[in-house]
Design a binder for this molecule. Structure first.
Ligand code: NAI
Length: 458
């Protein structure tokens, strides 16, 4: 039973990650009274165990590579080694500053933050730390966790990204199970830190959700970097031998390494919090929500990784804002999942928005162009290879943009405008792109698709 009388507010948000806190901030901005419940740290996976710390690791990795390759640019510098505790200090400092800033933001907007594990009592009531809080609206935003496999029990040298973020030393040899987003990002960072890395992927290619041309380019670049990618392979079992890990593949091949990183996806955190009892329908753990983020229980919404779809922080932000505006009666436009930009921060970076060529072909004829970064001055200065691939509906708008190459993640801003505003290649070809930038490659790809290539062959 609750100790105190029920507090009553307009919006109760369960979970203070990207989706939850964005919803709380926007609802408060719109004049709603808001309670935000968080059992761990405000900011959730993205800030503490995901986007931010991993990108800090990848930046340190880039610095290491830059020093190693300095001679190529005529700069004499000597690379010594990675000081992982030093890397952690830098990474944790970034996280701590952002965490402090977020805490300040939440309190300055008048959101009441309640620390503790919340549980839905009914569609309008959440119980937390002995208190019952009722809301005219309840928003579920409890996020996701790293999945593991029975054949590779987590512990010791077998870990998920949660533990890998805090590694005490760089392993001499690492095996990464799963060649998806987390797998290739960690493979990339560990390789830059000096480890011998092998990636095991069950599907026929790395980053299988991306356009096939992107996978091919990444695999080529990884090979050049000395990262071994074994695709189309299944793991049978893995064991921590005390001094290392032993991984057996189906077919009998055995691989040895110092650690095994399991990156086989993330699953929703929806168990044991009373969701189903309160009338919220789940489908294999995911909350079922419609395009307006409504669950099957009246007045209960769901945002972020607990709803099937892209598990990205910025999707969570967008859904959180959407729900706050929906509650405030602003009738916001539903989010187009394909229009959500995707960036993978391995080296080389991958950035995409819209449909892959194969997906676009399912709905009719398409035209494509692949603009090679070999023709882009700034990319040559940086010494990177890659491309910008465009997919357009035949005689119609751009429906997919796929980029790969160092720093190409930064080009996703214009790419998402092009896709989401349903631009034609001819529209973009008329816009002047600054020279010499990598952004120019995006402009040149559109020139080529519009039939007037400049630094590209016909
Ligand atoms: P994922 O779904 O991207 O990739 C998992 C991969 O593991 C798949 O390719 C799958 O085929 C493979 N796999 C599954 N079981 C396997 C097995 N037994 N043997 C070999 N391969 C196996 O999931 P991931 O990489 O764990 O990431 C989770 C989520 O986090 C993703 O949805 C991703 O979008 C998000 N994320 C996004 C980032 C970004 O936007 N930069 C960074 C990191 C994560």
């Amino acid at each position: 039973m609750a100790d105190t009388e029920a507090a009553s507010v307009d919006v109760v948000v369960l979970g203070g990650g990207s989706g939850g806190y964005a919803c709380a901030l926007r609802a408060a901005e719109l004049g709603k009274s808001v309670v935000l419940i968080e059992k761990d740290l405000l900011g959730g996976t993205c800030l503490h165990r995901g986007c931010i710390p991993t990108k800090a690791l990848l930046h340190a990795a880039e610095v290491a590579d830059t020093i190693r390759e300095a001679g190529r640019f005529g700069v004499r510098a000597a690379y010594e080694s990675i000081d992982l505790p030093g890397v952690h200090t830098y990474k944790d400092g970034v996280v701590a500053r952002l965490h402090k800033g977020l805490q300040g933001l939440v309190s300055s907007r008048g959101v009441r933050l309640v620390e503790g594990e919340g549980r839905l009592v009914d569609a309008h009531t959440v119980e937390v730390a002995g208190e019952r809080i009722t809301g005219a609206h309840v928003v579920l935003a409890t996020g996701s966790r790293a999945l593991s496999l029975p054949s590779a029990p987590i512990g010791g040298r077998i870990m998920t990204s949660d533990q890998a973020l805090g590694l005490a030393e760089v392993p001499a040899r690492a095996i990464v199970l799963g060649g998806g987003v987390i797998g290739v990002e960690f493979a990339s960072a560990l390789r830059s830190f000096g480890a011998e890395v092998t990636v095991l992927e069950a599907l026929p290619r790395l980053v299988a959700a991306e356009d096939e041309a992107v996978s091919k380019q990444l695999e080529r670049a990884f090979r050049k970097r000395g990262i071994v990618a074994k695709t189309g392979v299944r793991m049978e079992s893995a064991a921590d031998t005390g001094s290392g890990v032993s991984v057996t593949l189906e077919g009998g091949e055995t691989l040895e390494a110092d650690l095994l990183l399991v990156a086989v996806g993330r699953g929703p955190v929806t168990e044991g919090m009373g969701f189903e009892e309160a009338g919220v329908t789940l489908d294999r753990g995911f909350v079922v929500a419609d395009e307006r983020c409504r669950t099957s229980a009246e007045g209960v919404y769901a945002v972020g990784d607990i709803v099937r779809g892209l598990q990205l922080a910025h999707r969570g932000f967008a859904q959180g804002i959407f729900v706050a505006e929906e509650i405030a009666g602003l009738d916001p436009r539903p989010i187009d999942e394909s229009g959500i930009p995707r960036v993978t921060y391995c080296d080389p970076e991958i950035a995409s928005v819209g449909l892959t060529e194969a997906q676009a072909r399912e709905d009719g004829e398409v035209e494509t162009v692949e603009y090679n970064l070999g023709g882009n001055g700034k990319s040559q200065i940086l010494g990177t290879t890659g491309f910008v691939k465009l997919v357009r509906r035949k005689d119609g708008p751009i429906v997919g943009i796929h980029m790969v190459g160092a720093r190409m993640g930064e080009q996703i801003g214009e790419a998402q405008l092009i896709y989401n505003w349903e631009a034609f290649p001819e529209d973009v070809a008329d816009l002047v792109h600054a020279h010499p930038t990598q952004n120019e490659a995006l402009g040149e790809a559109h020139l080529a698709l519009a039939g007037k290539p400049l630094h590209a062959h016909n």
